[in-house]
Design a protein around this ligand. Sequence first.
Ligand SMILES: Cc1ncc(COP(=O)(O)O)c(C=O)c1O
Length: 401
Amino acid sequence: MSDNSRDLVDLGNQLNSPNYGPAPVVFDRGSGVWLTDTDGNRYLDFLAGIAVCSLGHAHPRLTDALHDQVDRLLHVSNMFFTGEQIALMDRLCARSFADRAFLCNSGTEANEAAFKLARRYQSRVKNHPSKSTILSMKSSFHGRTLASITATGQPKYHDGFEPLAPGFDYVPFNDVDALKERFDDDICAVIVEPVQGEGGVRPADPEFLETLRGLCDDYDALLIFDEVQTGVGRTGRLFAYQHFDVAPDIMTLAKGLGGGVPVGATLATEEVWQGFQRGSHASTFGGNPLASRAGAVVLDVIDDEDLLKNAAQRGRQLRQGLHKLAEEFDCITDVRGMGLLVGAQCIDKQHATDLVALARRQGLLINSAGGDTLRFVPPLVVTDDDVEDALHRLRQALEDL
Ligand SMILES: Cc1ncc(COP(=O)(O)O)c(C=O)c1O
């Protein structure tokens, strides 16, 4: 590492809030699936800003649109419309079960809106204020604001932040019997990830989601799909719920929606949106024209470049390659995922941590999720050759272990 880069890392470590522990790399620019650091080293980016850079880095259509938008209009507030905001909401509603959208800036913010909407729907529209419990899954992840960490079914994220938000409860993921056992009239809504991402890349069983939908209908509870990580093409469908015979009442999005520009969205049916009236909720930056333009362009490029098909095919190729590596290297014990949300479970957390660092030394960026699982979430534009290249670099990392 050059002296200049070392100085930058040292200064960053002095100034950064202590909740992050970045690797000693300073990135400078990106192009497609590649990132370049301040010393000119290139990395194959199979992390994509944790499933954010859906079109890769510096995609010309996104870059050109953002340049144009910066020249024209950045912000006006939600007291007015912009064409960009309407275009994004239109695309999201036309392509999903939803009738209306609330635009915001992050996944946790989209989930907060979903919880508030569900509670207001039950208390004001259905006149059931006691129907207030939000049920979530163990090992889930829903964000870092207070209600979202409370919904997150992993005690390590709660530690020291008590008292948590009241009115949340948990059931084991994919456990139909436990779900049936817990369901009752107090349930306001259930939030679930169609594939648990941070929890270790664990897809939901179709039977579990179908049972959940049936129970929500029977008990008049709302079903919230947190598609912050799975949405916007990541799993090979525009939204992961479209793989299942189940549609939610509310869906949350963020991450890949803006392709790197912060955009979140809470989508719901007309019936459920009756829970909000003017003034019930807001976000200053939500739906600003720059962010909305990014979201609309990402959705258009996904269509124009057939990226759903690419995500499905490249995901299959990646999983097949990982299965082959698992046959050769005992430290990989399982390969899971949907589309380009792929996990390779290691025998323990230490192996996963070491492999992430060794892969980086080989010029491959990945991370670990759920402690012991390597997570691969490359841009949706990744090619056949990129996947082979990544598998080759991972093999070298496995040999170095
Ligand atoms: C499923 C899911 N929900 C919510 C979030 C929180 O999103 P954000 O970090 O944008 O608040 C994440 C982030 O990893 C996520 O994976």
